[in-house]
Design a protein around this ligand. Structure first.
Ligand code: NAI
Length: 459
């Protein structure tokens, strides 16, 4: 089957970058990314590429190359569905906030809406590709909806989970470790394979049955999150015993059976995926009555929550057991460097904990907008919007955030924080000047020599 037109539903952190690269590498295929959110589409169409809705290093160049040539961003969802030979579903699949499975199960209402819309609008055969992360066996639901159109149209459903990491999305898309395609129909699998093989070596394209592919995405995120929680649990033990968690991570990481990646202790993992996908895995295991399996993976989330509150408690305890009325500078709000995404960022929870103790917080993040920071705090609903605004301010400069602060906390590992003039920061902060390095980013020895009281996780 020759694919001439691709439509992707969902122009978010996955749909936008993924389709940009597919269009870049397949100039003969027309790729249209659609979204219900008109503002998001308008932002993808911004002339000024620094205003794209997703910040990713290298994304601007890819968009500049393909947009208007064979890459289009549009709000005309139905038209784009109707025209496409292949449709990627890349909509959000958040944790349910209501009803059965509240707080754990994935909310599939957006996926189902897409399936129904495809069923309504289509009048020709199409390949439907699940790009969103979904619970195992979701393809059966999509297929069921599509097979009941009564129009006798042939739909094939493939699972093609995305493994890119935010912050390195373009590099990951250009050079993926593997592309995973789950499906039953050889011709449909081949059609999707061909698109990736425009730039990915064929041996890196793996195909499995649908359920293995769907489940593999949840399992991959669970394993990655588990490594972070494992090393974070050891960071607390290091602090109690005089061991140093970086030294332990290096020592164990040299063992090729363990490997060195994802062993950096921190204030805790964030991002839209790890917690959501772990919760979903736990929910699925419980729904099959596999309680030991569910308990095992649930512990990864508990350690992560513990790490975030432990960091906030450390700040309070070190600053003489009270932060009431004290100014604390937050460097970083994004859940990791090189992204403007703040979903589930550890900074939100640490801030919330400190605001409960009546601290004043001054945030500086190079890429996150002020309204997003207030939105994140308001979402927790711990206090009113006005109270959040009274206690927390957002500044566009690290020195202004540090000015008059009793303490300073590193929440995101932005490289530019390493280059700050720390001697200057020392002069503008109150004394003793405390630094709490939640990312183990800075040179602690140098800061101590400058006279800071320096705390880093796991030391
Ligand atoms: P996102 O929230 O940034 O984007 C989803 C977009 O879909 C939104 O702009 C929303 O308006 C749109 N949308 C929802 N329903 C729609 C509909 N019926 N019609 C048109 N547009 C609709 O989400 P993100 O981060 O791109 O994630 C998408 C999926 O990819 C999720 O399942 C996620 O788990 C998965 N994923 C995310 C990764 C990440 O790093 N963010 C990495 C790998 C997978």
């Amino acid at each position: 089957m020759e694919i001439k037109k691709i439509t992707c539903i969902g122009a978010g952190y996955v749909g936008g970058p993924t389709m940009s690269v597919i269009a870049q590498k397949n100039p003969h295929i027309q790729v249209t990314v659609v979204d219900l959110n008109a503002q998001r589409i308008a932002d993808w169409n911004q002339e000024d590429l620094s205003l794209l809705p997703v910040y990713e290093p290298g994304l601007d160049a890819v968009v500049a190359e393909a947009r208007g040539r064979n890459l289009f961003f549009s709000t005309e969802v139905e038209k784009a569905i109707h025209e496409a030979d292949m449709i990627f579903i890349s909509v959000n699949t958040p944790t349910k906030t209501y009803g059965k499975g509240k707080g754990q199960a994935a909310d599939l209402k957006f996926i189902e809406l897409c399936a129904r819309q495809i069923a309504d609008v289509s009048d020709s055969a199409k390949i439907i590709v699940e790009k969103s992360t979904i619970p195992v066996r979701t393809a059966a639901t999509i297929k069921d909806i599509l097979d009941h159109t009564g129009k006798g149209i042939q739909f094939q459903v493939l699972s093609n989970p995305e493994f890119l990491a935010e912050g390195t999305a373009i590099a990951d898309l250009h050079n993926p470790d593997r592309i995973l395609i789950g499906g039953e129909d050889a011709e449909a699998i081949q059609a999707l394979k061909k698109i990736y093989e425009a730039w990915v070596p064929s041996e890196r394209v793996i195909s499995t049955n649908l359920w293995s592919s769907e489940l593999s995405k949840l399992v991959a995120n669970a394993f990655l999150a588990q490594r972070v929680s494992s090393i974070n649990s050891i960071s607390e033990l290091c602090e109690a015993t005089g061991a140093n968690v970086d030294e332990v991570a290096h020592a164990i990481g040299q063992d090729s059976r363990i490997g060195s990646k994802f062993l950096k202790a921190s204030v805790g993992f964030g991002g839209s995926c790890f917690q959501k996908d772990l919760l979903n895995l736990v929910y699925i295991a419980r729904s099959y009555n596999l309680h030991a399996v569910a308990d095992y993976w649930e512990q990864v989330i508990k350690i992560n929550d513990h790490q975030k509150s432990r960091f906030a408690e450390k700040i309070i305890q070190t600053m003489y057991n009270t932060v009431n009325g004290k100014k604390i500078a937050f460097l970083g709000w994004a859940f990791k460097k090189n992204t403007n995404d703040t979903r589930e960022s550890a900074a939100i929870y640490v801030a919330d904990h400190l605001l409960e103790e009546q601290a004043n917080i001054a945030v500086y993040d190079p890429k996150v907008r002020e309204e997003q920071i207030y939105k994140d705090l308001d979402y927790l609903a711990t206090r009113s919007d006005n109270e959040n605004k009274a206690l927390l301010e957002v500044l566009d400069d690290a020195y202004a955030a540090a000015d008059g602060a009793h303490g300073l906390a590193i929440l995101t590992e932005w490289d530019e924080f390493k280059e700050l003039d720390w001697a200057k920061i020392k002069t503008v902060m109150k004394k003793p000047a405390f630094i709490f390095d939640g990312r183990k980013l800075l040179d602690g020895k140098k800061l101590q020599e400058l006279g800071f009281v320096y705390y880093a996780i796991g030391e």
